[in-house]
Design a protein around this ligand. Sequence first.
Ligand SMILES: *Cc1c(COP(=O)(O)O)cnc(C)c1O
Length: 420
Amino acid sequence: MAAKTLGPTSIRTSSTSTGITARDAVAQDDNAPRALYPFIPFYRADVGPDEIAAVVECLQSGWITTGPLAHKLEHDVASAVGAAYAVAVNSCTAALHLALNVLGVGPGDEVITTPMTFCSTAEVIEYLGAKPVFADIDPDTLNISPKAVSKAITDRTKVIMPVHYGGHPCDMDEIMAIAQDAGANVVEDAAHAIGASYRGRPIGSIGDITCFSFYATKNVTTAEGGMLVTNNQEWADHARRLSLHGIDRDAWKRYRRDGSWEYDVVDLGFKYNLPDVLAAIGLAQLQRLEEANAVRRAYAQMYDRAFAEVPELDVLNVRPYVTPSRHLYIILLHLDKLSIGRAEFIEQLKALNVGTSVHFKPVHLHSYYMEKYGFRKGDFPTAENAYERLISLPLYPGMTQGDLNHVIWAVKEIIARHRR
Ligand SMILES: *Cc1c(COP(=O)(O)O)cnc(C)c1O
């Protein structure tokens, strides 16, 4: 997907469409006390009149669960990401679970993934009784390192599950080649990466199966939701069946005039279908995806420029051959150059009215995984080092230019106060 040039209206200079607010007044007055700047949440859903109208229309239609809108969303996502088939589900976790399921992952199998991810990625491996095998990350993108993946391959490796961290595509050519040599499949956790592309190929068109998240904070949201895409019809049909109790065919049609009351359960399935009232939100969101991602990229570049000359922090590298979806904006503190720690830095940002988050505490350091597999600190040093230093700053299309300027000011102000 080519990056579109931004129109003058894409970046918001005002926080409302109706005029200047107190927020904007402070933002636009360099002499106003910065402490007066209103709180900038880490995230605010970018939903507006189109989403509201689509939901109302769905509610008024009398058909609110899985139906024509979920199917339209499948069709539209598949074509946006260059995949032949798509199955809408109620979370990315569900999509990842179904993906491993249709690939036949089970006890005795190993699935290689990154420790630098949300717990979902590892959890679905556990659901199937397989073993999560972590491979450490590259320090400059925080994506799984192909070299580390190579080293983690055994004859039990069934699937490699890269995560496009923050919406920056992983080194897919290397990962696909390693998988092919090992006779393993590739399932991409693309929770952050809708609209991203790698060497001109959209994420969704590369691995065996790709899973997207429509969780509230993600680049496209349905409040809660997800999508599995693949070019393999058999896997798509199987995933669709499993997403609705293992029922043999389009069970959602059974209450329609062309449906039938009769159905057969042919598999042990799950209750993972995406309702139309949520798909309606997604359809409206998808219309704006390219523009929203372009605003994210523009804001991320402004952060990059503002922080380029700040020796107390690092920002992530963007490979020249990718178009990232910029789901997250990460700074990595040089704690040796500061007199405060990361937790205190976050507290001070909050005191200056900037909301932040941390993505992620490495999965192997969560109690469940430490206790079950005996992981300990030091097992994946690059991920651990990044985790200890990182802060996710607000980055979303609903931010104004003033909001962005305030975040930049706040980060630099705290550094100036605590420089060593
Ligand atoms: C959000 C997220 C998920 C899970 O998505 P849900 O739709 O909430 O299930 C999986 N992996 C990563 C990397 C995520 O950030």
